[in-house]
Write a protein that binds this ligand. Structure first.
Ligand code: PEP
Ligand code: MN
Length: 343
């Protein structure tokens, strides 16, 4: 952090200001120019609030040099993180695919889709039991009954289950029953929830917020990691832009950006990004090519009658052909290499 002092502030006042910062455990480098005095703060500036520093009348400007996230930062953890989930992994080179319906609707539905996606090569089963719907009148999910059905599907197929937790009320139950806890886009900045998840050691799939910047998204990961839980997987699921043709705009540039900034694995959700089933294939291929560690894809055996997101769900046979074609794309996959990029 760099602090530019206002012109004309006396040396005595600058000395007092410097001592105040040093008492907070920082080394302060003072540079007197012709007009301005500049203080360079060295050390762990995490607890220093730039807005609070800006509030001092002697201060002209505060500049942040280093990213505000530390645990999620590649700078302090150059190796890619690999998240272990019941013997399976996300991150570290091998493409991880999570597939299943938007929401669990019945035992037959979830078990049959789980069997189909497993057969096609998916490594994880998704399915919403508690659904964050825009309208309170829309189907809200089968809730705890849905969770039980997911467990049956896991038992029958061996696929670990990924499902969304919407608040802290069900946390203990999710820790007990679920393999990967999904934090939905609408909850990316539910800091109470993130803090509670930080106290567990469950893998967390953290979706990017509807309008979140990459830095805000990484700060949400930091909330979970700051509590001690470093098992975070990021998920780009499209952000809201001025474009209305698609449900959201898939930000593919977020993948290389995350790879440069963070060691955490990042996967892509082409289903919620596009909102149209026929775009799932091209966007999945693009996501793999640009370096995503995996995909989360909505698959439904009867999309026309799905209780949620049928329009963006692909059928199992389409999923199978997509999985086969991804093997070809993987050969050309971009991967982050600091030495090659020279950044
Ligand atoms: C979902 O995965 O079903 C979902 C609701 O996703 P998002 O939070 O990205 O909208
Ligand atoms: Mn959905």
């Amino acid at each position: 952090m760099i602090i530019v002092m206002k012109p004309g502030v006396s040396k005595e006042k600058i000395e007092i200001f410097k001592e105040r910062l040093e008492k907070r455990g920082l080394m302060v480098h003072v540079d007197f120019g012709d007009n301005y005095c500049i203080l360079g703060l060295i050390g762990d500036t995490r607890a220093i609030d730039p807005e609070q520093i800006q509030a001092y009348e002697e201060v002209e400007k505060v500049m942040i040099v280093q990213e505000p996230y530390k645990k999620a930062n590649r700078l302090f953890h150059p190796e890619d993180s690999i998240i272990n989930i019941n013997g399976r992994t996300i991150g570290g080179g091998k493409l991880a695919v999570i597939a299943g319906p938007c929401s669990v609707e019945s035992e037959d539905q979830i078990v049959s889709i789980a069997e189909d996606v497993k057969e096609a090569g998916a490594g994880f089963l998704r399915g919403g039991a508690f659904k964050p719907r825009t309208s309170p009148y829309s189907f809200q999910g089968m809730e705890l009954e849905g969770l039980e059905l997911l467990k049956i599907a896991r038992e029958k197929t061996g696929l670990p289950i990924v499902t969304e937790l919407m608040g802290t009320k069900m946390l203990e139950r999710f820790v007990e029953d679920v393999d990967v806890i999904q934090v939905g886009a609408r909850n990316m900045q539910n800091f109470e929830l993130l803090k509670e998840l930080g106290k567990t050691n469950k893998p967390i799939l953290l979706k990017r917020g509807l309008c979140a910047t990459i830095e805000e998204w990484l700060m949400s990961a930091e909330y979970i990691m700051a509590g001690g839980n470093e098992n975070v997987i990021l998920c780009e699921r499209g952000i809201r832009t001025y474009e209305t043709y698609t449900r959201n705009t898939l930000d593919l540039s977020a993948i290389p950006a995350i790879k440069k900034q963070s060691h955490l694995p990042v996967i892509v959700d082409p289903s919620h990004a596009a909102g149209m089933w026929w775009m799932v294939e091209p966007l999945s291929k693009a996501a793999v090519a640009v370096g995503a560690d995996g995909l989360i894809i909505e698959v439904h055996n009867d999309p026309a009658n799905a209780k949620c997101d049928g329009q963006q769900s692909i059928k199992p046979n389409k999923f199978k052909s997509l999985m086969d074609s991804l093997k070809e794309i993987e050969k050309f996959k971009w991967s982050f290499n600091v030495d090659k990029l020279g950044i």
